[in-house]
Design a protein around this ligand. Structure first.
Ligand code: FAD
Length: 287
């Protein structure tokens, strides 16, 4: 059924990176919820897999001394939405995690796999875009950090270099402290369906005036995006009904949704505006 030639199952990251360096044609498999579907659909022939599943320590969530939240790339969505650090400091990511797939998928699907498959519908992406998350990528002899907002190269494509493995996702304190966030996933079915539209909004205000507003969209362009026009215009504005509507309307200037069987372009544009407005109203509270 699966055309698999070989599976490498290293027990530590160092071995995984060395094997990958010597065999850059290998396909990485983490939870396998995308890779196995692709195999089933005959996308790979005689594939050689490099499994990350037996590597210890890549599924931890912790806070570093400077307040940065570190999430191991192999952390499952179940672990993310149940984690105390995530729920306390970046609940927007818990909302995104619990919205993805169903319980069985969330139990094995990893956040690293969700990012590296490059899907524009990836539920983690809009929340991580608003949090200005950083991706820590390692090879056998080097490492680099890249903002997630620069990692996507097009539909299903990301900027992984040969031999590179995503090992950690980092969210610095200045990108979550004093922010409130909301993620809305809109899909045709309530569970086990990918997003028709995903909208994440992260807000920092003083006396109901915007200090920093970040709006990110999934399934609204060839890659997840930030709504820069709306964000720029919002700075310093009071969150009145009128201004929240104005900000929501401006999201469309960056969005480029398309028609598909899941929903028309016009419907998606409508959803982007409505969901942004709802998120703002909810985050503002009863002012
Ligand atoms: C029934 C079903 C429902 C689903 N519903 C949703 C949904 O609602 N929302 C959603 O966003 N997704 C959904 N998905 C898609 C999928 O579950 C997610 O994208 C998941 O997070 C992928 O993670 P994984 O660990 O299974 O990745 P894998 O399948 O193991 O890998 C995915 C890709 O990333 C690469 N990769 C994995 N880890 C790394 C790493 N650390 N470094 C470098 N490359 C890596 C792999 O080579 C592969 O190309 C669904 C899938 C199924 C089968």
């Amino acid at each position: 059924m699966f055309d698999i030639k070989q599976v490498y199952e290293p027990m530590c990251l160092k071995s995984a990176l060395e094997i990958y360096q010597n065999n850059p044609h290998l396909t990485i498999i983490a939870g396998g919820t995308d890779v196995l579907i692709n195999l089933r659909h005959g996308k790979y022939e005689e594939v050689e897999l490099l499994s990350l599943q037996k590597i210890k320590g890549l599924d931890e969530i912790k806070i570093l001394e400077d307040g940065t939240i570190e999430i191991g790339a192999l952390t499952t969505f179940t672990k993310i939405f149940r984690n105390d650090i995530i729920n306390k400091h970046v609940p927007i990511l818990a909302e995104a995690a619990v919205s993805m797939g169903g319980p069985q998928i969330r139990n094995i699907a990893t956040i690293g796999g969700n990012i590296c498959n490059g899907a524009v519908s990836a539920d983690s992406a809009p929340a991580l875009f608003t949090l200005n998350a950083l991706l820590y990528l390692e090879t056998a002899n080097a490492s680099r950090t890249i903002p997630i907002t620069e990692f996507y190269a097009g539909p299903g494509r990301v900027k992984l270099q040969p031999g590179e493995i995503l090992t950690k996702i980092l969210i610095t304190k200045d990108n979550y402290e004093n922010f409130k966030g909301k993620y809305f996933k809109f899909s045709n079915r309530k569970a086990m369906d990918i997003a028709m539209i995903g909208v994440a909004v992260l807000l920092n205000t003083t006396d109901n005036k915007v200090n920093d507003l970040r709006i990110a969209l999934g399934v609204s362009a060839p890659t997840p995006i930030r709504c820069q026009e709306a964000e720029k215009t919002s700075l310093g504005l009071e969150l009145t009904e009128e201004n929240m509507k104005r900000i929501s309307e401006l999201t469309i200037l960056d969005a480029k949704p398309r028609d598909s069987w899941r929903g028309s372009k016009a419907y998606r544009e409508h959803l982007i505006k409505v969901l942004t407005y709802r998120a703002l109203r909810e985050l503002r509270g009863n002012k």
